[in-house]
Design a protein around this ligand. Structure first.
Ligand code: ARG
Length: 467
């Protein structure tokens, strides 16, 4: 009999001990241990499928089940020791199982490959993460809509090119972020179709050589169906890439929100204040109160964007089917999830506690010729083609600017010098309320429209919160 040199599961064909540095270099247990619960869940189902196919006796099945549940409990209690020598979560659990039930533990590997295990675990893990992200999105959305209602009456200058453009309800402006998050929420729902597919039964890549019931395993694990292709099942992480893409979109919108919060809190804008509890000061300048959390969300967006790029690059030029490169999918994936969850939570707090400086906004409405579009539109109603009306209004704005007057401060005579078509009713048009009223169009910033929009949105939130 040949003496076994290697203790590894693949030791049979090996005649040397594994190099220690190689071991450290190739391990993944330092981060894939978080898949432990998913691995156990999948193993329990796999054991049942083996039993159903006559590959385990009922005693063996109950021994395995009992041992797996014990291991689960040990992990939960923090009593389980994950070892680098055993490389990854799959081998760590197999070893632990062996210690409990001896060689029966190895039967669990009948027809099973780590290639399908790891991707099954990842999918199960992401199903749970997806639930959490959806919940955090709903909380962000709810607080944003509440804030919109709190300041429903407030009008602010809307911006394009960061220049004052047209009046807009603050509620309409801030609800932009709620709507953006609702889109991401629905993207996640759509992702479920591709995420909730069971790889089990794909084995290494060619499909399992034993007649396991794939439908059964998929159902037991809460998946929608078995993955339709064994090679693709173990070769692809499309669902994870798509997930991180959605996380990136979430972060991009949070980053834009935070950019606005930072600007709004500056002395120059002075639109909002944030409570002391959510700001920090300077170690040298005693007067400072900084919106660090918003800045950090903006900064952390770079991480998630980098995670996405890392993942996309990982799969470029990767031949089918499983390649060890794929082990590197986990750190960026986990970082993207953790960063996005924390950022969503923080952004929700910021939105919830921001205080609007209403007077400042009211005063700003008088500046910046926010009603110039109204004047141009008025001229259109008098039969002037829009381009010409635009041109003429530009001239009137320039004229008013030179005299330090607002549009509504010009006399009728001054207006009529530009166009005799202008009459007394122009002054009705040059008010903030009139400009809002003209925008009672679906999706617009009219007061009634926004009120209904917020009501409908609240109904949607309730529906999603209590499915
Ligand atoms: N730790 C590996 C990973 O995360 C598990 C799959 C290993 N498969 C293999 N054939 N070496 O990808």
């Amino acid at each position: 009999m040949v003496k076994e040199v290697s203790q590894k599961p693949w030791g049979g064909r090996f005649q040397e001990e594994t190099n220690k540095f190689f071991e450290d270099f190739t391990e993944s247990i330092s981060y894939d241990y978080v898949l432990a619960f998913a691995e156990i869940k999948a193993s329990l189902v796999y054991a049942k499928a083996l039993f159903n196919a006559g590959l385990l006796t009922s005693e063996e099945l109950s021994l395995l089940e009992k041992a797996l549940l014990e291991i689960e409990e040990e992990i939960r209690k923090g009593a389980f020791i994950f070892r680098k020598e055993y490389e990854d979560i799959h081998m760590n659990l197999e070893k632990a199982l062996f210690e409990k039930v001896g060689e029966i533990a190895y039967k669990l590997h009948t027809g099973r490959s780590r290639n399908e295990q790891v991707v099954t675990d990842l999918r199960l893990y992401l199903v749970e993460e997806e639930k959490q992200i959806k919940k955090l999105l709903l909380e962000f959305i709810r607080e944003t809509i509440i804030k919109a209602e709190e300041y429903f009456e407030v009008v602010m200058p809307g911006f394009t090119h960061l220049q004052h453009a047209q009046p807009v309800l603050f509620s309409h402006w801030i609800a932009t972020y709620a709507e953006a998050m609702r889109f991401h929420y629905e993207r996640l729902l759509d992702l479920e179709k591709r995420l909730k597919l069971s790889p089990l039964g794909s084995s290494a890549f060619a499909g399992c050589g034993f007649p396991l019931n794939r439908e059964f395993m998929a159902k037991e694990l809460g998946f929608l169906a078995p993955h339709p292709h064994s090679v693709l099942a173990v070769s692809s992480r499309d669902f994870a890439l798509e997930f991180v893409f959605i996380l990136t979109l979430i972060m991009l919108d949070l980053s834009r929100l935070c950019e606005e919060l930072v600007l709004w809190m500056s002395q120059e804008f002075s639109f909002i204040d944030l409570p002391d509890s959510l700001c920090s000061g300077s170690s040298i300048m005693p007067q400072k109160k900084n919106p660090d959390a918003a800045e950090l969300i903006r900064g952390k967006t770079a991480l998630v964007l980098g995670n996405l790029l890392q993942l996309l690059t990982l799969f470029k030029n990767l031949p089918l089917s499983y390649n060890r490169d794929m082990q590197e999918d986990k750190p960026p994936l986990f970082q993207a999830l953790e960063t996005t969850k924390a950022s969503l939570k923080m952004a929700t707090l910021l939105i919830k506690s921001l205080i609007l400086k209403k007077e400042r906004l009211e005063n700003l409405l008088k500046e910046g010729y926010l009603l110039a579009t109204e004047l141009a539109d008025y001229l259109v109603t008098r039969g002037i083609p829009f381009r010409k009306a635009h041109h003429l209004t530009g001239k009137i704005v320039l004229y008013a600017q030179k005299r330090g007057k607002r549009l509504e401060e010009l006399t009728l005579e001054e207006f009529r010098n530009f166009s005799p078509l202008i009459s007394e009713d122009i002054y009705n048009w040059l008010t903030i309320e009139h400009s809002l009223k003209r925008r009672e169009i679906p999706g617009g910033t009219g007061r009634k429209t926004v009120k209904n929009y917020l009501e409908d949105f609240k109904k949607w939130i309730l529906k999603e919160e209590n499915p």
